[in-house]
Design a binder for this molecule. Structure first.
Ligand code: URA
Length: 211
């Protein structure tokens, strides 16, 4: 498993504005969207391509195009939906699947309540969108779901991650698993309510204007 914290002044600038409690929902949505596109640029560094020949107005040239099967983008409902436009801007031809997971507050186990995904993900690169990697239970369950369908390479794009979440995902799949987490920042810890500290609050509420 690989964790990539994107070190770029524009990423840090947008993240700081997202953290600010005075940032209203419309601005939060726009900034999250822009930040996802920057993270997606890094996250897709390993996207599979194949060589292709084209003819320019001047001469033949060799280039690349995205390889089939197309990458699959999977926003985790609800807050991951707020990241979809920013991701599709970079990967407009990717297929989009949906996964809804809910955590049982007694057992702390995440279970799937909605899914719309291809049945066979063999050979697919999957990009999971989940803004906050907190305890890691939801992301680990989502990745397990995709591996069970045959995915062989999963990249999670998260605005923020906590060390606890990274540990959960790593211990679920092992250090050598084909899992990458791309994020704008690795924060300090979780508080007693499971919020990332300093974090940015409840990402879903801030995206969708719930107070
Ligand atoms: N989910 C959120 O939206 N925020 C957190 O800080 C942790 C989990």
């Amino acid at each position: 498993m690989r964790v990539h914290v994107v070190d770029h002044p524009l990423v840090a600038h947008k993240l700081t504005a997202l953290r600010d409690e005075r940032t209203d929902s419309p601005t939060f949505r726009r900034l999250a969207d822009e930040l996802v596109t920057l993270l997606a640029y890094e996250a897709t560094r390993g996207v599979r391509t194949e060589p292709v020949d084209v003819v320019t107005p001047v001469a033949p040239a060799t280039g690349v195009r995205l390889r089939h099967p197309r990458p699959l983008v999977v926003p985790i409902l609800r807050a991951g939906l707020g990241m979809l436009d920013g991701m599709q801007r970079l990967l407009p031809t990717a297929e989009v699947g949906f996964l809804g997971l809910v955590r049982d507050e007694q057992t702390l186990q995440a279970t799937t309540y909605a899914h719309r995904l291809p049945e066979d993900l063999s050979g697919r690169q999957c990009y999971v969108l989940d803004p906050m990697l907190a305890t890691g239970g939801t992301l680990a369950a989502a990745i397990r779901y995709l591996f069970d369908l045959g995915a062989d390479d999963v990249t999670a794009i998260c605005l923020l991650v906590a060390p606890e979440g990274i540990r959960t995902v790593e211990s679920s799949f092992g250090a050598d698993a084909p899992v990458t987490v791309v994020t704008a920042a690795l924060d300090e810890r979780l508080d007693e309510n499971g919020y990332i500290v300093p974090g940015l609050g409840d990402a879903g509420d801030r995206l969708y204007g719930v107070v």
